[in-house]
Write a protein that binds this ligand. Structure first.
Ligand code: HEM
Length: 138
């Protein structure tokens, strides 16, 4: 079980790296004016979303489900954690939708919006999930 939990945490960290970095790329993409930079950001965003974030999300969820169902974990902490994981998955696909908007040059938001998006949804959810799974307060 400890090997499964180790890789659960490793892929979770990689997924979070993308959840924090992709909005940061959107900040600079929204500020870019020259075509060369704009096309470069499109490539970076696509590789990050499909090459790192999505596979790491799927592996984190698969290993978490293995821990949950394979080792009989239960409790209010796990239900609350799963509810927050749904928020993270929604954030992941919202970032994917924004990436497609940028790909087709139809982004509607300015860089300030993405600076907020960079921190606000992800950080509180990360803190809450870690406290729930380590402290198990209920
Ligand atoms: C379908 C989604 C997930 C399920 C079913 C799940 C389930 C679990 C289970 C059953 C454990 C073992 C708890 C223990 O050993 O006490 C665990 C450990 C852990 N999970 Fe998840 N998890 C999921 C997603 C996530 C996500 C998105 C994060 C990101 C913050 C995360 C972070 C952790 C951490 C840090 C541990 C290690 C806790 C410890 O060793 O005390 N999990 N997970």
């Amino acid at each position: 079980m400890l090997w499964i939990k180790s890789f659960h945490i490793i892929f979770m960290v990689a997924w979070f790296a993308g959840l924090f970095y992709l909005p940061r790329l959107f900040v600079y993409h929204a500020m870019a004016e020259d075509r060369v930079s704009i096309e470069r950001f499109k490539i970076m965003e696509r590789k990050l979303f499909f090459g790192i974030m999505t596979p790491c999300m799927l592996i984190t969820l698969a290993l978490g489900t293995w821990l949950w169902l394979g080792y009989g974990f239960s409790g209010g902490w796990l239900h609350a954690k799963l509810a927050l994981v749904v928020v993270l998955i929604a954030q992941h696909f919202y970032l994917g939708k924004l990436m497609v908007d940028f790909k087709h040059d139809r982004n509607k938001h300015g860089h300030v919006f993405y600076r907020w998006l960079n921190e606000i949804p992800t950080l509180p959810v990360l803190v809450a999930i870690i406290v729930l799974v380590v402290v198990k307060p209920f």
